[in-house]
Write a protein that binds this ligand. Sequence first.
Ligand code: SF4
Ligand code: SF4
Length: 359
Amino acid sequence: MESGTGRKYPWSYRRKRHALRSRLAGLQSRLPEPVRTVLGRAGRRYSIERATRDLPPIRHVQIQTHSRCNADCVFCPYTQSWHHAHPGQMSEALFNRILRELKPWEHLLNRGTIAPYLMQEPMADPAIIDRIEAIYAAFPNTSVEISTNGEPLTPKRGEALVKALIGRKHEIWISHHGMDAETLKRVMDTRYDRSVANIVHLLRVADGRLNIRIVGAGQSLDGAISYFDESRYRSYWQQILAENSVPERGVEIETIRFHDRAGTLRREGMPRGGIIREIGPANPFRCYRVDEWLHVLHDGRIRLCCMDYHGEVELPSLADTTLVEYFRSETYKSLLQSVTGAKETADDFICKRCQTPGG
Ligand code: SF4
Ligand code: SF4
């Protein structure tokens, strides 16, 4: 009895296929070098896409290269978070392994974003510039996103950041939630003079050549709490730029409203939205954070999204699995079903409390 041969096709078919491949290889070898390179690249990409057809289309990634933030924003659960209680720095080996394991999504990431931060302050990482360089080396056309509160953005780090990002796809978000020393201290607990001086230095060195957004969150989503006058925020920054002879080119100034981070904010006197939607078989839901994004903590744990500060949704660690294994696992399928409503979840499931799906 023949068993375990693994033969899927008859010999005649395999011979014909082999002959056809040899002829194609022969024809290809006669093509000019640049054409061969393009065809080879397209072929490799086709093979990867075919082999990863069952994987979600990951376009955006947030990697927590270390756990710390120097600030303590009143609307941020950071000081109560899992990573604050379990501090650490991501090893270079793990960081590089994640980049390697993201290769199946190369075609999407080269049109998407890689952010070397997650629920903390990237510029407090002494290795941040090396991390940025490693990202561009792996995905030359991705957009690197940095979000900083400005205080750890020393002049030296600011200059290195400009050098690393210039001429490459990027986005810099500057969180500056105040309009003077008093409001900044009250909302972020950061030092006003140092933060403003660092931001101004960055803007001056960038000289309009970077994409920078300065963002202030002065009011709660429902307007019940107000720390500063949002309508004056833009002119406040325009005045700082004018006083320091910094061009406004490339700089956007905007205000946003803060919220309870899907109910993970547990501070007295701060907003608590509670359950704001039903999700389940009768109430389907969509949030692209679950199937277009990947979020990894400093020790390799995978997180649902940038709202899950406390690790409510327990997911595997990259210490125990690879990315492809994770996205093919029953755990991931079950997570997808929970978020989309394909299956029932607990009454207080995090997505049911989320006021701003997507982040
Ligand atoms: S909002 Fe950002 S800057 Fe403020 S405490 Fe949280 S992580 Fe830090
Ligand atoms: S709905 Fe909110 S909590 Fe749920 S995955 Fe999206 S961003 Fe995260």
